[in-house]
Design a protein around this ligand. Sequence first.
Ligand SMILES: *Cc1c(COP(=O)(O)O)cnc(C)c1O
Length: 452
Amino acid sequence: MHAISPESHAIVDDVLEYTRRRALWEDIPLDTPVPPEELARLAPMSITPGGIGAQNALALFSEVLAPTCLSTDHPGYLSFIPSAPTKAATAFDLVVSASSIYGGSWLEGAGAVHAENEVLAWLASELGLPGGAGGVFVQGGTIGNLSALVAARDAARRSRTERGLPQPTRWKVVSSVESHSSIASAANVMDIDVVDIRPGDDGRLHGDAVAEALAAHGDAVFAVVATAGTTNFGIIDDLAGIADVTRRHGTWLHVDGAYGLAGALVPAMREAYAGIEHADSLIVDPHKWLFAPFDACALIYRDPQVALRAHTQQADYLDTLADTPLPNPSDLAVQLTRRARGLPLWFSLATYGTDEYRTAIAHGITLAARIADEIERRPALSLVRRPQLSVVVLRREGWEAADYDAWSARLLASQLAFVVPSSHQGEPVLRLAIINPLTTFELLCEVLDTLA
Ligand SMILES: *Cc1c(COP(=O)(O)O)cnc(C)c1O
C-alpha cells in the first residue's frame, strides 16, 4: 500500500469544504450568464503542461466560473423546469462519486443496483404497475423516452417476425402535438415517423383521437406516447381513455411523465392519472420533481424482459456479466457504463420517508393554484389556463415579445427571479414552473409586482 500524499489530502479537503459551503448556503445567489468572449477573457486557458494546482483551479471555479452558472435550485428560478435537490440527495451524490461504483451490472454494483431497484419498485407500485415491473435510472427523460421507444419497436418487430408478417416500410409512433420535443428527437434517431395528433379543447389527448390515428395508420404504429404533465402547461392526457384504445389494439403505451408523473404521488391528484397502471413503459425524472440532483430519469417497463431483448449489448468481454438472475441495468436502455445515479434519490427517500415527498410535491401544486388566483385578481395580468400541476402560464396585457424580453432581463439583473418568456399559439406568454419547496407565495407576488 502507498500512503495518500499530503497533496491529495489537501485537494479533497479544499473541494469538500467548498462543497459544504455551497450545499448549505442560506442565500444562494441566482447568478448571471456571461457570453463566451467575456469568459475567454475572464478565464483564460487553465489547462497547462504543469497544471495550475487545485487551489488555483478551485478559485477559478468558485470566483469566476460558478457565478456565471445559474443556480437552478434558487427559489426564484422559475424557468424551464427548476431543480430542488434535498440536502440528503445532494450530499449523497458525493458518496456516489467517491465510491467508484460501476452501476451497470450486478457483478460489479450489486448493493447499488438493489437500492436503485427498491426505488423503482416503489415508484412502480405507487403507479399501479404489476410486481414484475422494473427498469433503470438513465441520464434524462430524452434517453428514457428513446430507450422505451426502442424497446417497443423491437417488441413489435419480433412479434411480426414470429407471426410471419412483413415489417412495415416505415414504423410510426402516435403522439400529441403537445408532447415533449424529445419524442421527435427519438423518432429522428430511430428513423421513424411521428403521427402528430391534436389534443381536445381541454388540452388533453383523448382515446378517440388515438383510435382515429390507429385506424388511419394501421399496424405500422408500434407505440402511442401519452404525456402525464406536459412541460408547457402541466396537462395530463386522458390516460384511461388512451389505455383502453392501446389495449384493444395491442399497441404499446408509453407514458412520458418526466416532469408531471411525480404529481401522482400526491393522493388528492391520483385520479388525474387513472389509467397509468396500463402503461407498458413510463418515465419520471427525479431531477425534476423528485428533488434529486442532475441527472436522473427513472425508466420503468411493465415487462423488463422486453427491454432486455432490445438493449443488451453483445461482446466477448461482456459475456461474463450475462449470467444474472435479475437484469443488469446496462441492458435496459441505450447505454453501457453507468453511474449509480438513482442512489441520491434512494438515500433521500430512505432519509425523509415518502410522506415528506408527497408533502413537498403538493406544495408546488397548491402554490400554483394560489398564485393563479392572485393573477386573476390583478387587472394587468391574465391566466392562459388554470394550472393542473405546478406550471402557471400568464400574459401581461398589452405587452409584446420585446417587452417580455426586456422585463425578463431586468428581473434576472435584479437577482429576484429567473423567468424566460415562452409562447403559446404564437402569442408571447410567461411561464412559472414551481418545483422548489423554498419558493414562496410572497416571492411569486414580488415577481408579479414587477409586471405592473
Ligand atoms: C423535461 C422533459 C423531457 C426531457 O427530459 P430530460 O431529462 O430533459 O432529457 C421529456 N418529457 C417531458 C414531458 C419533459 O418535461
